[in-house]
Design a protein around this ligand. Sequence first.
Ligand SMILES: Cc1cc2nc3c(=O)[nH]c(=O)nc-3n(C[C@H](O)[C@H](O)[C@H](O)COP(=O)(O)O)c2cc1C
Length: 330
Amino acid sequence: MNLKTHYLGLELNNPLIAGASPFPDDLSKVRALEDAGIAAITMYSLFEEQITQNIVGAEAHIGSYENSFSEAASYFPDVDILARDVDVYLEQIQRVKEAVGVPVIASLNGTREGAWVDYATLMQRAGADALELNLYFLPTDIEESAGQLEDRCIRIVEAVKARIEVPLSVKLSPFFTALPHFAKRLAEAGADSLVCFNRFYQPDIDTDELDIRPSLELSHSTELRLRLRWLAFLSGRIDTQLAVSGGVHTGLDVAKSLMAGADVVQTVSGLLINGPGHASHLLDELNRWIEEKEYNSLEELRGCMNYLRCPDPEALERANYMRLLKSWRV
Ligand SMILES: Cc1cc2nc3c(=O)[nH]c(=O)nc-3n(C[C@H](O)[C@H](O)[C@H](O)COP(=O)(O)O)c2cc1C
């Protein structure tokens, strides 16, 4: 079936995108992703902290950048880790663009207001077809309310949007108090798409060494369910496109995401575990399933399981929750 999809103003061959990952560091892997049918490539992120270090290094006076930078820098034993990649990143966008024919989405990652947002323009100039802004943070400030925190995010989205002409997606976490309302505000601030969701790395405590043990575990399909629920709530209700990130490992995961309302589906862990060629398995399985279920177009499928036709999703959710708990027999 024709899987062509419009996302962020781009025409994609299908709805499967390589999410932000280290793949774009290796052009042979990027080409392999394209050969396997991936419809767009997302770059790994350029972080606010990297950019700020670059600006601080370039400026004789440290000035207004100092506060946001110094805290982050103090946690890195080697400050060079922050600085080394800024120019390389912009060059890598160009290299990836030259290596493949599919669209390339650059990724900017930051949460404090500052001059780093200017790099959105440089990413566009380097050839990025669109930009993904990742608002990855943990709210740790006891004085900052949910409303203030959302306002800060909105100001960053507006600042980035003002600096680019290419479309903008915003990758966010599921942990906002009133996610649908915040999603609506992001759309009004200029987000052309929302990427649901960031996957938080969860450090453990090492009880022998009495230390924090950082861990980056790859995802499982079970993690998709959180995304499906929120996609189904947001789909058709807000004026942005929707992308899934987190827990897409099979063609059926792609199908479920589309049914819940995703315009496109990102995958990373599945590709890291199985290699770039895994993308073709996902697309084959998706195609087989679509034929089996006799869908005639992606549009027929997209959002067919969302909550748009449900007058009171909250009541439905509570009813399902109660039914589930009460069905348990000891
Ligand atoms: C090794 C690795 C590197 C990643 N780097 C980035 C990054 O630079 N920027 C970003 O927004 N997400 C990054 N992610 C998160 C992925 O884009 C994705 O959101 C997450 O892995 C969930 O998708 P998955 O279940 O398909 O892996 C990274 C993930 C992994 C595993």
